[in-house]
Ligand binder design. Structure first.
Ligand code: SAM
Ligand code: SF4
Length: 507
């Protein structure tokens, strides 16, 4: 594709009317002065006030900006300990003790943007550019499925070669891949997308092919900083086009959306406030908040200076605080911690409320297939030198991470039932707020973990996994909610079916 054609494509992407329709009196929902005044008005908060806010989180109510600002201003170490414990309690109430796993698939690193922190930025001449063919997408999906994954997030740079049509084709291709497992076949049952903001018309194409969650990170909500790190002459330089990406998704019928901020671009407290305001505006305009919130922490990327030199890089202690305040502020949204982080910090933030993580992640384009080839040449994965968007902190296999989660007393879930039973959007939000979804998911977590243990687990993981499953079965039999109707009997019948080799059975 010629440079001229790329430029022409870029010119037609932004539809101004698809920004303006969401503004109120010409203003968007991020008011820097208002955020800063909340943050400065709540310094040195009173202990009792903080404890009252924690009670509100425990009743699974979203916090208001002044309450989130109050939590962000806590300095007392003992009070933070209470907040960590409450974060976990909130998570247990809504999501029980399960962790959902997914694998990212990077399909292309061509990009028309020039984000100062990303290895895919167009001026990074060190990056070798390519876009996967559909045959390569199949090979990548096969490698991911062979590990036992059932959920995938497909990631793209912004470029006409990876436009909405290409993304839609990718989704369909991934859904079509089947790989023989110990029992039956494995497949990806839910394809989520992390891609640039699109028009409503393009988003409808993704809705039609069965997109799971549509994820767009604002990176930073602080407009002056946003303008510095995303040059004005690039598509991503348009702050509002990005700010309303998920509003447009809702209008296109995609009611399952995910927000995020790139931690380390600007002051983390300001961006936690930004994520809260984003949640509030989605709820105000559509009645549905974000299904998940992400907080990728900036890690070193080749050819992207800001990734190591930012003045706002966040240390582990503050990162844990950030996750805790998000957990307490939006109690019903999932929180995602990725393999960008080291194993130790992942463990730490799971214990304050994260609900989803990835494992066995490869972020080079074609990285899963290359890793398999390398293994067949008897090399280790560590020896596979990848050109990638940023650096990974946790390169362990899915089996290893699942074993660790089990050792922490938690159950791995590959459940994709909610989405396929119509439990999305306002329905899932209602169920999450009422702590009901967690109960369905408890059952589906057991069914999908049973599949994993029988189809993919190593002997060591199977051994500890059996203990977790037994503990879950014992609990399920005791919970009054499951005694209603014939839920328990149905579940036990399904469990028997899965144990004897039937696959993709869900409630
Ligand atoms: N190109 C699309 C976009 O920008 O929305 C989606 C793909 S981009 C590869 C996915 C996310 O990676 C970005 O939204 C950003 O938050 C994150 N990211 C970029 N550079 C990073 C870095 N150096 N460390 C960690 N995460 C990074
Ligand atoms: Fe491109 Fe996204 Fe990377 Fe920015 S973050 S350079 S838009 S791939």
């Amino acid at each position: 594709m010629s440079e001229v054609n790329v430029k022409e494509w870029v010119k037609q992407v932004v539809k101004q009317e698809e920004i303006d329709k969401y503004l109120v009196n010409g203003e968007d929902f991020i008011d820097e002065t208002e955020i800063n005044s909340h943050l400065s008005a709540t310094v040195n908060p009173d202990k009792q006030k903080v404890r009252d806010i924690l009670q509100k989180s425990l009743s699974i109510e979203r916090l208001e900006p002044d309450e989130t600002a109050t939590l962000l201003n806590v300095t007392d170490g003992e009070l933070w300990k209470e907040m960590y414990a409450t974060g976990l309690e909130v998570k247990q109430k809504v999501y029980d003790n399960r962790i959902v796993f997914f694998a990212p698939l990077y399909c292309g690193n061509l990009c028309v943007n020039n984000c100062a922190y990303c290895g895919f930025r167009k001026e990074n001449s060190e990056e070798k550019r390519r876009v996967l063919t559909m045959d390569e997408v199949i090979d990548e999906a096969k490698a991911v499925i062979s590990e036992g994954h059932k959920r995938m997030i497909v990631v793209f740079g912004e470029h006409p070669k990876t436009d909405a049509d290409y993304i839609a084709q990718t989704i369909e291709t991934v859904y079509g891949v089947r790989v023989k497992a110990r029992n039956g076949y494995g497949s990806i049952r839910r394809v989520n997308i992390n891609a640039a903001p699109m028009s409503i018309e393009d988003l409808r194409k993704l809705h039609e092919v069965g997109i799971g969650t549509y994820q767009v990170f604002q990176e930073t909500y602080h407009k002056p900083t946003y303008a510095v790190v995303h040059p004005a002459n690039t598509l991503k330089g348009n702050y509002r086009w990005r700010l309303y990406a998920l509003h447009r998704a809702m209008d296109a019928g995609i009611d399952d959306v995910a927000i995020g901020a790139l931690v380390g671009v600007y002051d983390w407290r300001f961006d936690v406030m930004g994520l809260l305001y984003h949640t509030i505006d989605l709820e105000r305009q559509f009645g549905i908040g974000p299904h998940t919130i992400s907080f990728p922490r900036m890690t070193p990327a080749s050819g992207a200076e800001l990734s190591t030199k930012s003045n706002h890089l966040v240390n582990d202690a503050d990162f844990k605080k950030l996750v805790t305040v998000l957990r307490l502020s939006v109690p019903y949204s999932g929180l995602i911690i990725t393999a960008r982080e080291q194993a130790e910090i992942k463990r730490d933030v799971i214990m304050v409320g994260c609900t989803q993580t990835d494992a066995s992640t490869k972020i080079g384009i074609g990285g899963y297939t290359e890793a398999l080839k390398a293994l067949s040449l008897a090399q280790t994965t560590a020896q596979v030198k990848e050109k990638q968007q940023f650096t990974l902190g946790d390169t362990r296999s899915l089996d290893e991470v699942i074993r660790e989660i089990a050792e922490m007393g938690m159950i791995t879930s590959f459940c994709t039932a909610g989405y396929r039973c119509g439990r999305t959007g306002d329905k899932i939000m209602g169920l999450l707020k009422g702590c009901v979804e967690g109960r369905f998911c408890k059952l589906n977590a057991v069914l999908t973990f049973r599949e994993y243990l029988d189809d993919y687990a190593s002997p060591a993981t199977k051994e500890i996994g059996e203990m977790i499953i037994q503990k879950e079965l014992d609990e399920i039999k005791q919970i009054p909610f499951f005694q209603k109707g014939n839920l328990l009997q149905t579940f036990l019948k399904f469990y028997e079916q899965v144990s004897s080799g039937e696959r993709d059975v869900f409630i």
